[in-house]
Write a protein that binds this ligand. Structure first.
Ligand code: GLN
Length: 486
């Protein structure tokens, strides 16, 4: 059931906030041993918050937009007084003294925190396998990864362990797990949503966004979290439109661009290609015009990202020095040794790999050849999108080249894991809003995601097309059976 329907029931008193929270806590108890979406479950706080909502309703107070809606939050968003680990030993015992802007806005809107969800360590990965606290499993098939890095948030929504969740997306970490878990995942325009209190990975790319079971619910969450924040200098001042109203606009006459380079990818599963093309056909049936467009530098996205993101990560992660916060080694003879050992013991292999690559790419003598060059290519990728948007309203691609892969599939080959981000990364490099919506299933019963990319601040357009597609296609009505998906 969607947020609007729950709100109606809560308002009418057909269900109480406490009942809604208890239902979800019971579901968590039932499926967590298999799914492991959560790192921490805040049951006591959730019940207390829900009781407060019920008391407010009983007193006749007007309820805010998300009153009583139980949510899960990726564990790289700071929650005051509640551990925020980034799935890293480095922050295993870190309790933030402040609240992130996005979560603060959710609690002000009456939402209830169920717990913090698992991720790849510091959001570096595509499967949750780099989490220091063990991976999450895909509710459609627990032998498969849920995707990453926000895999816990995606799995929690898919398994019915929360109504919706927040994640973060630096190179695809919302859209890819959403595609793998058969839910909706949305990365807004860079700067649309505040990152105050989001633990930084790559600051020119990071953006917070929702995981939901419908596009309408995505609009509900975005409405609450979007907008100016004086505490984040990269947050845009642009006014926040009514996203819910945008959903209802018919799509007839809109031009939908199919990025040629995406459909010609060698590693693209033919089943995904066929399913996404069929989804494009459905938009055509709704009156959209399909146009083939070319983004010649699209494929350079991966190489560009894997210089820029590790470079920024190496700078951002320099703060974990064993002194200011986080893990500190137990015995060291000097300050230098203490820092070195704290970092060696506190960070996992993937994080170390990124720090080493980034430090190298930024070092004197190499910064022009790597970092600067990558920034130049990034500009070219952005220009390809600018050219494409001169002729179309929205761009359409598959979200991922394959469906959810098996645990360990890329264990020996980090590059193979990186290549899987091919279709999601360009929207981050260009700062564009992009959504993944379920569009079908492969023969093994695993979900397939359709990606829609919009121009800067064209959230309304992206949500409108995604919603109209979702309503027409009713993909989840033909879903295969999966024991862990309600
Ligand atoms: N999978 C990509 C990476 O490993 C993207 C991660 C993300 O968006 N946080 O960097």
């Amino acid at each position: 059931m969607g947020i609007a329907a729950w709100r109606e029931q809560l308002r009418k008193g057909e269900v109480s906030a406490r009942e809604l929270t208890d239902q979800h806590l019971a579901r968590i108890t039932a499926v967590e041993p298999e799914v492991h979406a959560y790192l921490e479950i805040t049951a006591e706080r959730a019940r207390a918050d829900a009781d407060r909502i019920d008391a407010a309703r009983a007193a006749g107070d007007a309820l805010p937009a998300l009153a009583g809606i139980p949510l899960a939050i990726k564990d790289n968003l700071c929650t005051q007084g509640i551990r925020t680990t980034c799935s890293s030993r480095m922050l295993e015992h870190f309790v933030p003294p402040y609240e992130s802007t996005v979560t603060e806005r959710l609690w002000q809107a009456g939402a209830v925190l169920l717990g913090k969800t698992n991720l790849d360590e510091f959001a570096m990965g595509s499967s949750t396998e780099t989490s220091a606290f063990g991976p999450s499993r895909n509710p459609w098939n627990p032998e498969r990864v849920p995707g990453g890095s926000s895999g816990g948030s995606a799995a929690a929504v898919a398994a019915g362990e929360c109504v919706a969740a927040l994640g973060s997306d630096t190179g695809g970490s919302i859209r890819q797990p959403a595609a793998f878990c058969g839910v909706v995942g949305f990365k807004p325009t860079y700067g649309r949503v505040s990152r105050w209190g989001l633990v930084a990975f790559a600051s020119s790319l990071d953006q917070v966004g929702p995981f939901t079971s419908s596009v309408a619910d995505t609009a509900e969450l975005l409405q609450v979290i979007a907008g100016e924040d004086p505490r984040d200098s990269t947050c845009l001042k642009a006014p926040v439109p009514d996203y819910g109203a945008a959903l209802q606009q018919p799509v007839r006459g809109l031009r939908v661009g199919l990025i040629k380079e995406c459909f010609e990818q060698q590693g693209l599963d033919p089943q995904i290609k066929a399913t996404v093309m069929a989804a494009a056909g459905q938009l055509e049936a709704l009156g959209c015009e399909l146009v083939e467009v070319s983004c010649p530098r699209f494929n350079a996205g991966i190489a560009t990202y894997y210089v820029i993101a590790p470079s920024e990560a190496s700078a951002n992660l320099a703060r974990y020095d064993g002194v200011k916060y986080g893990y500190r080694t137990s015995d060291a003879a000097s300050l230098a040794e203490m820092t070195a050992r704290s970092r060696s013991e506190g960070f996992g292999d993937e994080v170390k790999r990124r720090i080493l690559i980034g430090t190298y790419a930024l070092s004197a003598g190499y910064v022009d050849a790597y970092y600067k060059k990558a920034q130049q290519v990034r500009t070219l990728i952005r220009r390809d999108f600018d050219a494409a948007f001169s002729g179309v309203d929205v761009l359409l691609t598959p979200t991922t080249p394959t469906t959810a892969f098996a645990f360990g599939a890329h264990a020996e080959d980090p590059l193979a894991m990186y290549l899987a981000d091919l279709l999601t990364i360009p929207a981050n490099l260009a700062g564009l809003p992009a959504i993944s919506v379920p569009c079908g299933f492969d023969p093994q019963g695993l979900p397939i995601g359709l990606q829609l990319i919009g121009n800067v601040l064209a959230e309304e357009r992206v949500l409108q097309v995604a919603h109209q597609y979702e309503q027409a296609a009713q993909v989840l009505k033909q879903r295969p059976d999966a024991a862990l998906v309600p």
